[in-house]
Design a protein around this ligand. Structure first.
Ligand code: GRG
Length: 295
């Protein structure tokens, strides 16, 4: 099987795991639950749960305890997209090739659906306690999940990003934003996978470094795609950074250096991963593929 075929198969399997944890659309709050599921089933690469499961496997994990965490990370990611698309933020009409949640359900319901996904993510992750009572790693994984998504992680990065729109940004502040806004969730994915598999502290630290670079390369590549692709090609709000006059890696460093840095940072991630005695060829190829991704 080629890497591309394996990726398609693995993404489908991961999506099935995520779907199994979506809430039933019933009760007086049915519209809220429909709006949450609308954004969750609108597509997406499922990269974060995939990275989590592959890292879990890298360290010898072979149980189901990772599955509620896989669903949770995709819910948190989708929450961030729903809120990022709102009129008060990027004001985007399309996401994952479909109308955004606020366009379909209205702004108030989209805010609630985003909140709902964030909270339901933690409810979902907590289901791991029932799956493996007494597993000592679940509490630590919960700590990483909650911290990396909060004010010292993704949310904090987004806040600094929002405050910077319209002004000039130093490279140092841009790096801070990218490490939090984008890398924190990738770190969260890979570190929880490692923790749940029982990896050592040193191994978890190494995987955190790999993930931080994967996230940085991923975000720079997103900036590159924002200026080099058409929205039709990507089925995403392409060009929104340009439209919103945001400072990006491309505006600071130029397109050529941005491309070179994606390759260099991604290569550094692969080299750090190679320092570990454990091997997962698919994970290595997946990280490499992020550099050449077109959506
Ligand atoms: C807390 C509201 C809030 C936002 C946090 C993550 C984020 C900040 C905003 C979302 C918008 C954005 C462009 C984030 C940067 C990370 C990124 C490139 C997200 C897109 O991830 P993909 O490409 O999306 O994995 P799919 O649709 O494939 O899941």
């Amino acid at each position: 099987m080629t890497f591309k075929e394996e990726l398609a198969k693995r993404s489908e399997e991961v999506q099935a795991v995520v779907y199994a944890y979506l809430p039933a659309e019933e009760g007086f709050q049915k519209t809220l639950l429909e709006a949450m599921n609308y954004s969750m089933t609108a597509g997406g690469k499922r990269l974060r749960p995939l990275l989590m499961q592959e890292t879990y496997r890298l360290f010898g994990g072979n149980g189901k305890v990772v599955e509620p965490f896989m669903a949770a990370i995709e819910m948190i990611h989708t929450h961030s997209l729903v809120h990022d698309d709102l009129p008060a933020m990027d004001n985007d009409e399309y996401r994952r090739g479909k109308k955004t949640t606020h366009v379909v359900y209205g702004e108030a319901m989209a805010i609630l659906a985003g909140d709902g996904l964030l909270n339901y993510a933690y409810e979902t992750a907590c289901r791991a306690f029932a799956l493996e009572p007494g597993n000592p790693h679940i509490g630590e994984a919960m700590t990483v999940l909650t911290t990396k998504t909060g004010v010292y992680g993704m949310l904090g990065g987004q806040a600094v990003d929002v405050q910077s729109v319209g002004g000039t940004l130093s490279r140092e502040k841009l790096d801070f934003i990218y490490r939090l806004k984008t890398s924190a969730l990738i770190e969260c994915s890979m570190m929880t996978g490692a923790i749940l598999a029982g990896a050592s502290e040193e191994e978890i630290r190494t995987i955190g470094q790999v993930a931080s670079d994967v996230g940085l390369a991923f975000q720079i590549q997103d900036d590159i795609l924002d200026v080099t692709s058409t929205s039709q090609e990507l089925g995403k709000p392409t060009g929104s950074d340009e439209r919103n006059h945001k400072t990006t890696y491309v505006t600071v460093e130029g397109l050529d250096k941005a491309k070179a840095d994606v390759a260099a940072v991604s290569e550094r991630a692969v080299c750090t991963l190679a320092r570990l005695p454990q091997k997962n060829e698919f994970l290595k190829e997946l990280i490499g593929a992020l550099v050449t991704r077109r959506n």
